[in-house]
Design a protein around this ligand. Structure first.
Ligand code: PLP
Length: 377
């Protein structure tokens, strides 16, 4: 079964499964419990926190666990604005291709106390650091994703941090690194940024775990109040096993990064070349710096929904638009932002390779896609 939807979610890594299974029975303590069982859960939780912090170039206390990327992204918007000293209207600067977890959370604040500027991108999905910096003057928060979930396009975060710091030294800088995390060095990538969002299930960890990482000492208002867990920022009994699984998945991704990047990049390039020869499909963002696993393509004259049904019948998984949106039939704000014409949008499909993808998967996928395109043409 050629699963090519790794950007939506990926397989739990076998090492993670092996580590989690015995703990489900053994590690039942509440990390806040003041006894040996609680202390053991606290130790597992804190080790995970320290390890993730280290990979992000953040202090250990900078990692606050959440239920995933959506929660951390939503929290950034409200937490940064609510903690800001100013009572004036806030300016949030972001991009037109952010995940909806950022865009909707930002626009929700327009009713009360914020204006939102969505900086546009070019045809390859790249934002100009200078445009971000110009829009950032007087901003409370600037949020630019590290790599886009639909296209895979990687932003120049270093240049963005440099330019925004010059124009808006007071602004809090956040990046959604959910898609970048399996592939890019997070500490290096996020230099100059205050905050980053991560999600475990994109790394081969478990669903339902993510974190907001703070590399600096900026203030973020609490997301959940109650028992005071997570430094009083996100109350609720913590999931030490989920945290451990996330740290382990990230460690494995980091350890195999060099090998996986070259293996998956060459598989992806072969896939794109064969798809082109077989069907005339072409990369939507030809020439962009994209994540190794992303192959976003346009099938000229075809309808993506029909193709996806045919793929699904043949056990090939892919997606149109972002699969976080249920059904994904609504037109993608990302494809609109890069100015793709309507005919191309209709035939646009995202395939994403990941840590388990093999040569055989690509062979199978090409054959299924070739047959589907022939049948539907
Ligand atoms: N941000 C990006 C870029 C994503 O791709 C996703 C999920 O696809 C999210 C945030 C949401 O993460 P989660 O599924 O952990 O809520």
């Amino acid at each position: 079964m050629p699963y090519l939807d790794h950007a939506a979610t990926t397989f739990v890594r076998p090492e993670v499964l092996a580590a989690v299974e015995p703990l489900l029975a053994k590690l039942y303590g509440n990390p806040s419990g003041g006894h040996a069982v609680g202390r053991e859960a606290r130790r597992v939780l804190d080790e995970a926190r320290e390890e993730i912090a280290d990979f992000c170039g953040a202090p250990a206390q900078g990692v606050i666990f959440t239920s995933g990327g959506t929660e951390a992204d939503n929290w950034v918007i409200d937490g940064v604005l609510d903690a800001a000293a100013t009572r004036d209207k806030h300016r949030i600067v972001t991009t037109a291709i952010e995940h909806k977890a950022i865009l909707e959370a930002a626009h929700r604040r327009e009713k009360w106390d914020a204006e939102v500027i969505e900086v546009g991108v070019d045809a390859l999905g790249r934002v100009d650091p200078h445009d971000v910096a110009t829009a950032s003057r007087g901003a409370t928060l600037v949020s630019v994703m590290a790599a886009n979930n639909e296209l895979g396009t990687i932003q120049d975060l270093r240049a963005i941090a440099r330019e925004v710091r010059r124009e808006a030294p007071e602004a809090v800088l956040h990046t959604d690194a959910v898609q970048a995390a399996p592939w890019l060095d997070l500490a290096e990538l996020t230099q100059g940024f205050d905050l980053l969002t991560l999600s475990s299930h994109k790394l081969g960890g478990l669903k339902g775990t993510g974190c907001l990482v703070s590399r600096t000492s900026i203030k973020v208002a609490p997301l959940l109040v109650g028992g005071g867990q997570e430094l009083g920022l996100r109350a609720g009994t913590q999931d030490a096993i989920g945290a451990m699984a996330m740290a382990l998945a990230l460690r494995l991704a980091v350890a195999e990064r060099a090998e996986a990047t070259s293996r998956i990049t060459s598989l992806r390039n072969r896939f794109l070349a064969e798809l082109h020869d077989l069907t005339g499909a072409h990369s939507t963002v030809e020439g962009a710096n994209v994540l190794p696993g992303h192959a976003h393509v346009v099938f000229p004259g075809m309808v993506a929904e029909e193709l996806l049904v045919a793929f699904d019948r043949a056990d090939l998984q892919a997606t149109a638009g972002s699969s976080c949106a249920s059904g994904a039939t609504e037109s993608s704000h990302v494809l609109k932002a890069i100015g793709l014409d309507r005919a191309a949008v209709r035939g646009a499909v995202r395939f994403t390779l990941g840590h388990t993808t093999t040569e055989l998967d690509i062979d199978r996928a090409c054959s299924i896609i070739g047959q589907a395109v022939t049948q539907l043409s």
